[in-house]
Design a protein around this ligand. Structure first.
Ligand SMILES: NC(=O)c1ccc[n+]([C@@H]2O[C@H](COP(=O)([O-])OP(=O)(O)OC[C@H]3O[C@@H](n4cnc5c(N)ncnc54)[C@H](OP(=O)(O)O)[C@@H]3O)[C@@H](O)[C@H]2O)c1
Length: 326
């Protein structure tokens, strides 16, 4: 089992979310960061973090590597934890992290949005503990190496599958708390995933496809609120078919929050809308496609969600084509 006493940690995907956990964990360990487009900047100058919680102008100079093979080459001791904080796009991450995964030892922690994202890791690493985490953390990286973080930091943590021993997920929860973060342990983290998906799988594709903030979408037509509510109800039905009841009040609360933003000019831009505007790939499969597939598996009617999925997938493929040819 990974030791809580200065565990050896690798953070894969060090953008907004990855940098905040890299920063917190650097208080209790010397984590290594696998960087990609921000590699040169971070290696030379480190990160600057401006956070409503931790303060402004924080300088963080982590150990930086280009890939997991380099991370293991530098220090052959096994990693106790690998945190996956990249966007959940594509199926290649298990292969990319495999040089740093020691069978029967390394705990793989997924800090990503989406549903059904753990199975691929479990299939690739059947003998490693998998910890699934739902993160509430408004954070962006812009430009490379400069992190802006808002007023919330919360990790909901559990084992995958939920029937697996909670030894490692509880140890990771303690580690985050020890580092000064906010961590809650849940016996069945999938309910928390479905609850977050209610917002992500509805508002993300709607806003990305319409180029509207949530408030602007609600303003755009008398029926727009009904569409959001219908999509959310379909997500609730899929979750229920898989054994998870999302309380109806959560749906009302979420819709109410967006409605309250009408008129005060503070509509929210969900991450997929930000991605479209920046010409970046979106987490369509992890957030919408997997939900639709899980609906089909149980014969749940989810026509509106399916339409959003097909349209968002088409938009994402155009973004990918454009990136390839530019
Ligand atoms: N940001 C938020 O406010 C927020 C809130 C809650 C949940 N989340 C979820 O948290 C996860 C991470 O989001 P984020 O906003 O932190 O994303 P992000 O800012 O885009 O950061 C992801 C990082 O992963 C890197 N990466 C991707 N593939 C890689 C690879 N193959 N090798 C090395 N590095 C790789 C990216 O590098 P490049 O720059 O080279 O692409 C980027 O630095 C997502 O699932 C998101 O939905 C985000």
């Amino acid at each position: 089992m990974a030791s809580i006493d200065r565990p050896k940690i690798l953070v894969f995907g060090v953008g907004g979310v990855g940098t905040i956990y890299l920063y917190l964990l650097s208080r209790v360990s010397s984590p290594t960061a696998v960087c990609r487009s921000n590699y040169e900047v971070v290696r030379n100058d480190g990160f600057i973090i401006n956070s409503s919680i931790y303060g402004n102008g924080i300088r963080l100079k982590p150990n930086v590597v280009r890939d997991c093979a380099e991370a293991t080459f530098r220090d052959s001791r096994p990693f106790d934890y690998i945190l996956i904080c990249s966007k959940a796009i594509g199926q290649d991450i298990p292969d990319l992290i495999s040089p740093a995964v020691t069978p029967d030892h390394t705990v793989i922690v997924l800090i990503q949005n989406g549903i059904g994202i753990e199975a691929h890791y479990q299939a690739t690493f059947p003998n490693n503990p998998i910890v699934s985490a739902v993160v509430y953390l408004p954070v962006t990286q812009r430009p490379a190496g400069v992190i802006t973080h808002g007023e919330l930091e919360r990790l909901e943590i559990g084992s995958y599958p939920s029937s697996a021993s909670s030894e490692h997920s509880e140890a990771f929860t303690q580690l985050i708390r020890h580092a000064g973060g906010t961590a809650e342990h849940h016996d069945d983290i999938q309910l928390k995933r479905w609850t977050k998906l209610l917002v992500n799988a509805s508002w993300n594709p709607i806003c990305a496809l319409t180029l509207c903030t949530d408030a602007n979408f609600l303003l755009s037509s008398p029926s727009s609120s009904e569409l959001v509510s219908d999509v959310m109800l379909e997500i609730c039905d899929i979750a229920k078919a898989h054994g998870y009841t999302i309380p109806k009040e959560i749906l009302e609360l979420q819709l109410g929050r967006a409605t309250a933003r009408i008129g005060n000019g503070n509509g929210v831009e969900p991450s997929m809308l930000q991605d479209v505007r920046a010409g970046r790939r979106m987490e369509v499969e992890a957030i919408v496609g997997n939900a639709v597939r899980m609906g089909r598996e149980k014969d749940v009617k989810c026509e509106k969600l399916n339409m959003l999925y097909l349209l968002a997938r088409a938009l994402d493929s155009q973004i990918e084509n454009k990136r390839r040819t530019s």
